[in-house]
Design a protein around this ligand. Structure first.
Ligand code: PRP
Length: 211
């Protein structure tokens, strides 16, 4: 972790291997969905390392011992649409987590996000909350989503994305200086259309074949 920025970039070769296929133009929607879920699953394994946990006494068939249980209720919040592709992989690893949904669409011209859905559990402060969105471009969508989560009561919060641009990280830092951001890659920059380069294209379109 880089202490100054609370940014964790995964350099694990298996994640990078899958990310490289994800980026490739020739990767089909079907493969793209599978890779996105697998990368999110691998990332959440590391993200949960920092989760609060408690010792718990259990009986094995042979004797009593002290095991470990994660504390509180974990909530995964995908930003629609593309975040759904990551949430699936997180739930494969952590099926006990619950899911809140935030719908945000970025205007292609102004690059401003427009919220169209907010369906969150009432007690968001009941445990850790992971916001998932594969792309952190200008950071406008993630900043809006984080604001919605804070308004809804989230306290223990972190952001997980696949590809981040420096502009997006800087945008989040304006309102959330201490939030830990997890990314599979920190890319070079944004192009004139607000796309991350080299990036992986439009994640929502590639996931759902709407290119
Ligand atoms: C994309 C992406 C992020 C957002 C990133 O979603 O999945 O949510 O844009 O851009 P930003 O950091 O500049 O806000 P989009 O609005 O295209 O919607 P979609 O997932 O439904 O395709």
């Amino acid at each position: 972790m880089t202490p100054q920025t609370n940014l964790v970039v995964f350099e694990h070769p298996l994640i990078q291997h899958k990310l490289t296929y994800l980026r490739e133009r020739s990767t089909s929607s079907r493969a793209f969905r599978a890779l996105m879920a697998q990368i999110a699953g691998l990332m959440v394994y590391e993200v949960t390392r920092a989760f609060p946990h408690d010792p718990v006494e259990i009986d094995t068939p042979l004797e009593t011992m002290t095991g470990t249980r994660l504390r509180g209720t974990i909530t995964v919040v995908p930003v629609l649409r593309a975040g759904l592709g990551m949430a699936e992989g997180v739930l494969d690893i952590m099926p006990e987590a619950r899911v809140g949904h935030l719908g945000l669409a970025r205007d292609e011209r102004t690059l401003q996000p427009r919220a169209y859905l907010n369906k969150l559990p009432r007690d968001l402060d009941a445990g850790p909350v992971i916001l998932v969105d594969p792309m952190l471009a200008t950071g406008g969508s993630a900043a809006a989503a984080l604001g919605m989560l804070r308004d809804a009561g989230a306290r223990d919060l972190r952001l997980m994305c696949v590809v981040a641009a420096p502009e997006g990280i800087a945008r989040i830092r304006q309102t959330e200086p201490d939030l830990v951001i997890y990314a599979a890659a920190l890319d070079q920059s944004l192009n004139e259309r607000g796309f991350i380069v080299p990036g992986l294209g439009d994640a929502g379109d590639r996931l759902y074949g709407t290119v």
